[in-house]
Design a protein around this ligand. Structure first.
Ligand code: BYC
Length: 340
């Protein structure tokens, strides 16, 4: 027989059904309604506006992960700065990697407006608690990989990030406008570097094809799990943070990339890739989600190396942060003295 034992205290901890949330006061209800109305009206939420805790938390998660992706994303390409094939390519690559450092900084600043410190976000990255894009856990084996990262990885990033320029949170949306302009240049420089290689020797063409074969599927997975297995999508869409779903963005990327691959003269490594007249889109084969989750959960080919590199850079940069703080303190004291 069901008895009250279901809600009898177990030791000190009371068990049983959770208490219903306390009803909202009139003021609380009014500010929640105002927030909902602004979102429904496609307005922007700014840092000093009231927002539900869950909205704030979702934004901190997404923006900080995005910032970490930019900073970790500097590593696979940075590896090639000293081995770029010409001065021109070296200058372009240095500028690109520097842009990515800049994107990370705008994004950390945007996340800080939500009340989370940069130190907290970095501690989450360094301890392995925070995610960053799966794509940066794969190695860059030769120069063609650098071109393919520009063409496909930045191409996928732009497809995902253009809708974020219309994100409901003002500081994130504004940061994304500049990020997208720079990403667009990154994508073009990668494509142009590959066009040059494809006009070169048979060996160079084979390098490009090999790099495309290794990166294609990982770029499709970058858009995140399928919509029916994407736990954050419903709220992200409801709140105007995400505007287009993971699967829709993936499809847009495939549709845009197939003609580019034709012009380049490479084959995308998917026997199931074909135009579907009825859908008006390209069909594509199955993505290996087990591999994706293994990588996201820390077991990809380069996860440990990437994290160790970031932690080492953080530790070795401690003296710079200390010196900058000491300098700022000295200046503040000097100002106080002058004002006295
Ligand atoms: N890698 O419910 P879901 C770039 C996680 S490009 C790792 O669909 P959401 C760059 C997801 O975080 C890359 N983890 O989540 C390019 C969630 O886990 P948590 C950076 C991934 O948030 C070139 C779980 O899977 N771009 O920066 O609705 C050079 C379930 O997913 C990935 C951004 O970050 C992945 N690929 O959608 C340099 C764009 N995909 O958090 C740099 C902003 C999913 O619940 N972010 N997960 O533990 C977004 O648009 C969205 O967060 C995502 C995921 C589309 C990535």
């Amino acid at each position: 027989m069901y008895t009250q034992s279901f809600s009898v205290a177990d030791g000190d901890k009371p068990r049983g059904p959770k208490a219903a949330p306390a009803p909202l006061s009139a003021d609380e209800q009014a500010r929640e309604d105002a927030f909902d109305a602004r979102i429904a009206d496609d307005g922007r939420i700014e840092p000093r506006d009231w927002m539900p805790d869950a909205y704030r938390k979702t934004l901190v998660r997404q923006i900080s992960q995005h910032a970490h992706s930019e900073i970790v994303g500097m590593l696979p390409e940075g590896n090639w700065i000293s081995r770029a094939p010409s001065l021109k390519r070296k200058a372009i690559l240095i500028a690109k990697v520097q842009d990515e450092g800049g994107h990370g900084l705008y994004l950390y600043s945007a996340a800080e407006t939500l009340g989370t410190s940069r130190d907290e976000m970095l501690a989450a990255l360094h301890s392995g608690r925070a995610k960053y894009s799966s794509i940066f856990n794969y190695p860059t084996l030769n120069w063609a990989d650098v071109g393919v990262i520009g063409w496909l990885v930045d191409g996928a990033a732009i497809m995902n990030q253009i809708p974020l320029c219309r994100c409901s949170y003002g500081p994130y949306a504004r940061a994304m406008v500049r990020v997208c302009k720079e990403e667009s240049f990154h994508q073009r420089q990668g494509y142009e570097a590959l066009l040059v290689m494809m006009r070169g020797t048979a060996e160079q063409r084979a390098m490009v094809q090999d790099a495309v074969n290794r990166w294609w599927w990982k770029c499709l997975a970058m858009f995140g799990p399928p919509d029916d297995n994407s736990p954050n999508s419903a709220l992200g869409m409801k709140w105007g943070i995400k505007r287009i779903s993971n699967d829709e963005l993936r499809q847009k990327f495939v549709d845009a990339t197939v003609p580019q691959a034709k012009v380049l003269g490479v084959t995308l490594p998917d026997p199931d890739l074909k135009w579907n007249e009825a859908r008006g889109h390209y069909d594509y084969g199955a993505i290996d989600w087990d591999e994706f989750w293994a990588t996201v959960n820390g077991n990809g080919p380069c996860n440990k190396e990437r994290l160790n590199t970031r932690v080492k850079a953080w530790n070795e940069g401690a003296w710079v942060r200390e010196a900058a703080l000491a300098h700022a303190e000295k200046q503040a004291q000097r100002k106080l003295k002058e004002a006295a």
